[in-house]
Design a protein around this ligand. Structure first.
Ligand code: ATP
Ligand code: MG
Length: 445
């Protein structure tokens, strides 16, 4: 112990408590040369510095470069106020009301420039659970660093010197593959419960271990997520599900007891053997697409996550004697209503999800003109992908999915040969629907 203390004094290292002076890590040590950052963010920093301000590339980009990952975007932090930033760039605009940031347009790039944020104090507005409501005070760079969530996210890269300023030992933590919270984890989760989700997402995406101090309280504090505005949860869930590591994220969410508050029905889904298989297949599919740089659609994702809840409710209504299609619509509305309370799935996405679900029973109809009408649906491709997933998960016969795969691909005149014979009841049903086209997916036929 004494030897440790002496060696620390003589090594010249600052004691851990003094966080105001950052460690300055030279390029010779971290290896990130300025050509590794986007030209837009480099030029933004240069211009701000020419005007006498501090300016750094900050946050996720520096972290990702240090571990050899491709950054999603390059954000800049500065001591210039938003107004001052505005005056440095012709193509820029201030956005946001509560905490203003500036979007600087550089060629094709839009760089987000944020003014250093100040420390929270007694005047900071919080709700009754301690969640910070207004966080809009400017501050020093050291305060800005302390306001960030994880040590690895509090790194500032100066393109002029190519040095990394490290206020909280983030570089060392990254080397040790540790995601460590800045400050006392319980207090930081109370200020903003979304940090629990960020911990899981970043750890899964970056292959880091959440430091035990930050990991332990999550299970106890998971309920605080109930208090987060649904729109914020939706954004965060979307980030998580489209991170390219959603399977890992979801597995870890469950391990940490975090899935309950998010999608209130997700825990139920994952406990049904069929539901779990389906969700995991869908997510693995999405991860694969993201990693290959292909787009993903939020509506498809949420439609898969909630499908087995719809199925369960639909079956219940059918057992009560309701008609097939009206029961499906009622089940869809029910599931989306329950979700909507927790997760603000936007109206546009909700519409797309419903369309995807409502098209599913129509794949069963493989006689007459109906298959042709289904092919013409604008959302046919997504609905077909959904059908294939259902078949792969064992919910429906693979033969149906295979039939549709062939039906799309054969020459037009061969399609007729594939059609199944009309069932005796089919025509009658169609006539009845024509008279009264109000409900059901076939209303548009
Ligand atoms: P990603 O790779 O998903 O973009 P990121 O860490 O860059 O990850 P952003 O949401 O882009 O995430 O946030 C940028 C930076 O802002 C973070 O690196 C972190 O320093 C800070 N930050 C974001 N959210 C929070 C939060 N809830 N609490 C504290 N700091 C945050
Ligand atoms: Mg980012």
């Amino acid at each position: 112990m004494i030897r440790k203390l002496i060696s620390r004094v003589f090594s010249g290292k600052k004691p851990a408590a003094n966080r105001h002076e950052p460690a300055v890590i030279p390029v010779s040590s971290h290896g990130i040369t300025r050509d590794r950052i986007s030209s837009g963010s480099r030029r933004t920093c240069e211009t701000l510095q020419q005007h006498g301000y501090k300016a750094y590339v900050v946050g996720g980009a520096v972290r990702d470069l240090l571990i050899g990952a491709e950054p999603k975007d390059f954000d800049v932090a500065t001591d210039a106020t938003p107004e001052q930033v505005r005056h440095c760039f012709r193509r820029s605009r201030i956005i946001g009301r509560r905490f203003q940031i500036v979007h600087v347009m550089m060629g094709q790039e839009t760089i987000e420039v944020t003014t250093f944020r100040g420390a929270l104090d007694a005047n900071t507005k919080k709700d009754e659970h301690g969640r910070v409501l207004h966080d809009n005070v400017f501050g020093t760079q050291a305060e800005d660093a302390a306001r960030r969530d994880f040590t690895a996210n509090a790194l500032y890269y100066d393109p002029a010197t190519e040095a990394v300023l490290d206020y909280h030992h983030g570089v060392g933590d990254l080397k040790a593959k540790t995601l460590r919270m800045i400050g006392e984890p319980r207090a930081r989760y109370r200020e903003d419960p979304v940090r629990m989700l960020r911990a899981v997402r970043l750890a899964a995406k970056l292959g880091l271990q959440i430091d035990p101090e930050a990991r332990k309280p999550i299970r106890d504090m998971a309920d605080l997520l109930e208090n987060v505005p649904p729109a914020r949860l939706f954004d965060e869930m979307l980030k998580l599900l489209t991170s390219g590591f959603s399977v890992k994220c979801l597995t870890q969410l469950r391990d940490e007891g975090l899935h309950h508050g998010l999608l209130p029905l997700l825990d139920v889904i994952l406990e049904q053997p069929m539901g779990e298989k389906f969700v995991m297949l869908a997510l693995a599919n999405t991860d694969d697409r993201v990693r290959r740089g292909k787009g993903t659609s939020p509506s498809f994702l949420f439609a898969t996550l909630l499908w087995h809840e719809v199925l369960a409710h639909w079956e219940k209504l059918l057992a009560e004697g309701q008609l097939k299609i009206p029961a499906l619509y009622q089940a869809m509305d029910h599931v989306l209503d329950v979700q909507g309370e927790k997760l603000a799935i936007t109206r546009r996405i909700t519409g797309d999800i419903k369309e995807l679900w409502a098209l599913q029973p129509r794949f069963e109809q493989r006689a007459g003109k109906r298959p042709y009408a289904l092919l013409e649906q604008p959302r046919f491709r997504a609905a077909y992908d959904f059908l294939v997933l259902r078949a792969q998960a064992g919910e429906i016969d693979m033969e149906i999915a295979d039939w549709w795969t062939r039906f799309q691909n054969v020459e037009g005149d061969k399609r007729g040969e594939m059609l199944l014979p009309e069932q005796p009841g089919d025509k009658k049903k169609r006539r009845r629907r024509k008279k009264k086209p109000a409900a059901g997916p076939s209303a548009s036929e």
